[in-house]
Design a protein around this ligand. Structure first.
Ligand code: SF4
Ligand code: SF4
Length: 385
């Protein structure tokens, strides 16, 4: 075992990298850092190998390179050696955290999130504000479907996504429940950044509530939450929910297929929409068709594909907590994607992830771009009203 304490399966991945550099053509941080080798997948792998073998000592510059990867997994699409890059990077981060290296302020951030139950450090009671005008929302009662809402719901701009999802579920007569103010952070940012002990605390708490609700399915509006809950089995003693854990848009597409509800209202959101595949929902969870099916089902909605779409989608820059680690880099990456929207002649970008939405919004504001951002749930909300 080397300096970073990597398990053999990850050491094997490091050795598998042949340094061919095919990953460099698609890496958003490599591009945003003016093609600086150490900010691409190949460069990160080479540094990782040298540190793990004890040839160089880990320092803050190495920590910066390892933690500024968005874990978008685009490099894996181009890798002829099939390196399991993202999992290896997460393992390296966990090793660094154990050695006492982490991005600045992370200890404080972990403490605050554990104390408050959400990454925004707000009163957890605010989690239910999105449901203020809705009736008959079950909270922590047994139900067929658990709607895990996620920390982003603390932001007023995200509330319409949850409201729209609940309205669609109600329109389809789905028996669902939420965890309300007892819901805690899914823990993804701590899984991504190697703070596994912190993530485990969130997993344990949320699993207790999930078991109380005893759902047949869990849905989320953030792909990251679905990914984190799927990961709970690795954080606990093999918790096996044995039920699908999916993004809400997949479930809504299924309900549409089953004829449980239809969209009746004409869409008025914008003149030309472009759909952005979030890395976690698309490349990592393999969900490409469901959001397209939902968009196609909305009357009057016209949309286009971006040049880099589906498995080759360009990252939004917000993945893996990059906004908290290097916000300038996060926005630079988002800016590349927004240029693609302009090149496609679109003026609205629709995504299925609150993190993408937030990073795009901030980047648009900073660069005074004439592009509107919407989450797919907001789009369907307009078609349901
Ligand atoms: S996961 Fe994404 S950001 Fe990280 S090295 Fe691969 S392509 Fe670059
Ligand atoms: S494409 Fe794969 S094998 Fe080639 S340098 Fe990148 S990570 Fe290594």
């Amino acid at each position: 075992m080397g300096t970073l304490g990597l398990e053999k399966k990850y050491e094997d991945q490091v050795l598998k990298c042949s340094r061919c550099g095919f990953c460099r053509v698609i890496c958003p941080t490599f591009e945003a850092k003016d093609f600086l080798e150490s900010y691409g997948a190949r460069g990160r792998m080479m540094q990782l190998k040298a540190v793990d073998e004890g040839k160089i000592q880990p320092d803050q510059s190495f920590v910066d390179r390892i933690f500024t990867c968005t874990l978008c997994s685009a490099c894996e699409q181009k890798c002829p050696s099939k390196v399991d890059y993202v999992k290896t990077m997460e393992a390296a981060r966990a090793g660094l955290v154990k050695l006492g290296f982490a991005p600045p302020d992370f200890a404080e951030f972990s403490e605050m999130t554990l104390e408050k139950g959400n990454v925004l450090g707000q009163d957890n009671a605010r989690r239910m504000r999105w449901a203020a005008k809705l009736e008959n929302i079950k909270v922590n009662e047994p139900a067929e479907v658990l709607f895990f809402v996620g920390c982003n719901i603390m932001r007023p701009r995200v509330r319409p996504m949850a409201t729209a999802t609940a309205k669609a579920l109600q329109a389809a007569n789905v028996d669902f429940a939420v965890m309300g103010e007892d819901e805690w952070c899914c823990g993804l940012v701590f899984i991504n950044t190697g703070h596994l002990d912190v993530a485990r605390e969130f997993a344990k708490h949320n699993i207790e509530l999930i078991e109380k609700i005893n759902p047949q399915r869990i849905i989320t509006i953030c792909p990251g939450c679905a990914q984190a809950i799927r990961h709970y089995k690795h954080l606990t003693d093999g918790w096996k929910p044995g039920i699908p854990i999916t993004h809400a848009v997949e479930y809504i597409a299924e309900l549409l297929d089953q004829g449980k509800f239809t969209f009746t209202k004409e869409f008025e959101g914008g003149s030309k929409i472009a759909y952005h595949d979030p890395c976690e929902l698309g490349r990592q969870m393999g969900v490409f068709d469901a959001p397209r099916k939902v968009l196609n089902a909305i009357p009057g909605l016209e949309w286009v594909e971006l040049e880099n779409n589906k498995a080759l989608s360009h990252c939004c820059g917000g993945g893996s907590g990059l906004q908290g680690i290097d916000n300038e880099l996060a926005r630079e990456v988002a800016h590349f994607r927004l240029k693609e929207v302009q090149d496609a002649g679109a003026d609205v970008i629709v995504t299925s992830c609150p993190t993408c939405r937030g990073n795009f919004l901030d980047t648009i504001k900073q660069n005074s771009l004439s592009i509107k951002v919407m989450d797919i749930h907001e789009v369907l909300a307009q078609a349901l009203e």
